[in-house]
Design a protein around this ligand. Sequence first.
Ligand code: SF4
Length: 89
Amino acid sequence: MPADEGLRGGVRPSHGDTQVEEGDMPIMTADRGRCQGWANCVAGAPDMFDIDDDGLVVLLQTEIPETDRARIDEVAHRCPVGALRATDS
Ligand code: SF4
């Protein structure tokens, strides 16, 4: 397993923006350097986000199905430190 993969097969980015592009779906990025572990994202979308042993966000998946885009965008906007971003690939 690559060093940057973590909890439950999710992507565990190092500090700074990370982006994994796979296919044509929108992509979620998480800036762990900004994350303060408030877990709003986990409460809103436990299928997409988790908190690791360091108390920081970890992505459980990076691709956002179009049917989930509005829900995930809403959750990302609720991050109090702006650590989450959904971008079109
Ligand atoms: S809501 Fe933002 S600050 Fe809170 S855990 Fe998620 S990414 Fe981190």
